[in-house]
Design a protein around this ligand. Sequence first.
Ligand code: CA
Length: 678
Amino acid sequence: MRKSVLGFLLAAMLLALSACGKAPGAVTDPVGTDSGQSGTEAAPTEKEEEPVKKIEGNSLYVRKVENMPADFILGMDASAVPALEASGVKYYNFKGEEQDVFRTLAENGVNMIRVRVWNDPFDEAGHGFGGGNCTAETAAEIGKRAAEAGMSLLVNFHYSDFWADPGKQMEPRAWDGLRFSEKTEAVYQYTKESLEKIKAAGAKIGMVQIGNETNGAMAGEHAWEDICTLMQAGSRAVREVCPEALVAVHFANPEKAGSYHGYADYLKFYGVDYDVFGSSYYPYWHGTLDNLAAVLNDIAASYGKKTAILETSYAYTPEDTDFSGNTIGEGTSGITKNYPFTQQGQVNCLTDVVDTAVNKISGCVGVFYWEGTWISVGTNSWEENHALWEKYGSGWASSYAAVYDPDDAGKYYGGCAVDNQAFFDASGRPLQSLQAFNLMRFGNEVPLKADAPEDVTLMIDLNAEIVMPDKINAVMNDGSRQEVPVTWDLTDADKEKMKSGGVAVYEVKGEAAGMPAKAQVSMIEYNFLQNYSFEDGDAHWTVTDLAKADELRVENKATDSLTGPCHYHFWSAAKNSVEFTLEQEVKDLPAGQYKFAISVMGGDAGETDIYAYVKIDGEITQTAPMKITSYGSWDTGRINGIAVKQGQTVTVGIYVKCAGSGNGAWGKIDDALLNTEP
Ligand code: CA
């Protein structure tokens, strides 16, 4: 037995306003209030050149967003706060003191609060559906507290009794059975009365959203004429109650080409009076920022509207903190992980979104982060948390939601899915990343350092020496990438186990730049042949026709192939007209011991002489006889113990000779394998 030492190692990086106020986000001091505490920054002045401000103790890199107007909206959806507080959640400031979370948000640069409003998120017995049990009353409370902290309010009407999004736009139960004209009046009255209530509480309503992610439906209506009629009823109410507030419409999935232009076209055609065309932008689902900018710029240019990013968020940790699964985390399928799941990653994501909004999107009035205050109601157990979610509606949905949304909430009710995307930890302490809302206006220059090592994926031949890379890429705090040294927790005994364990995948842990590193190592039987299954036509193969066969070619027919759609096909009508070789030459094989296999099936072959062969430097050294019997009966020729010295040229192939019978000899050849032997 010889150990071949193969040099190959294939590595790839895994990827990844006064009551109804003046202007959007207009508050006296939108950036920060002078509370005199650390973690707070003074407001920017009108001057262009502002010295770089520092926040004591903040070690995160924050790129300065140039050209940001003082009244640019840096918003936060904080709809679940009252339900969380009822569940026992406490929020703290950077000094460690318990403090109203809205004050903490304002001190750290948030200047507008967004709140969702559901018509009636309760069952007949008064049990809340969850998600904060958000009603106009909740919005009034939040709006009042926001105003006391110096922030204006975006009222986000879902026109539903529970979550409205592209997947569901169910009408409120109270509107079931209404004639459309009555429903239109109901939207108007409900909007009007809700806004009056919220305004009366002392909220400074700066913007009102007519529907939430209304991609082709709203309040149970699916025809654009009807959707737009309802939207216009809502808009009319806003204009009457809050004449100086912006009217916003809201859609999702900017990555779907042409969809936004289409929506805006309907809104124009059916005469919806609105100011802001808003989009959700979750970077892990919704395409690139450049695409977002392009589709919103098209709306601004084509329809003369303002724009906004009404929802965005990113994870500061992959970990769940409330025993209820999260929307994104390590290994979540179907997401794009453009940033590490760290506070720095969260900040870099937010900065990129805000920078795009300010500098690349026409007429963009602001960016709202979604539920950056939605944290765990407890860290002890699922049972304890579940009781709180059910009682106070502090999870995304309670079991009571089943009466309204049986197929989703009714089945999958639970806790918070975004606790790892908040700006507060599970104990309510603000994260350094929250300070980015202020720091983005000035930039925060800190020394360059690694933020997170990138996972690596390796494929290693079972019979090769297991060589782990001594450097891997790390995402730096400024978002750039650099190589950093890495050490792996892999003993010689571990390596022997991996080599003797056959084809398998292992996770190898290590450390890089003081942080955990991870490699996914696939132990494989590396195939030294190219185009082994004829999926790339006859590339790399040489056929020598010795008897002028009628057909010798690659055929695309999965049912006749051993694996994949393609195989090598032969057929010839005349007797003794099938004789050929099909071979591949391999140069620069590492010295060592190899095995070769190739498969054939066929029929009507008469007398045959078929064999697999190996040539070393042009001379046949080994053969293995093969036979054709009937359709579907694959015969594999195997040659083991192929000893190769450095510099020798190895050729492997199949010789086929058929006398033929009946309709002419035919056959199929597929899957040639040249692997190392232990
Ligand atoms: Ca969770």
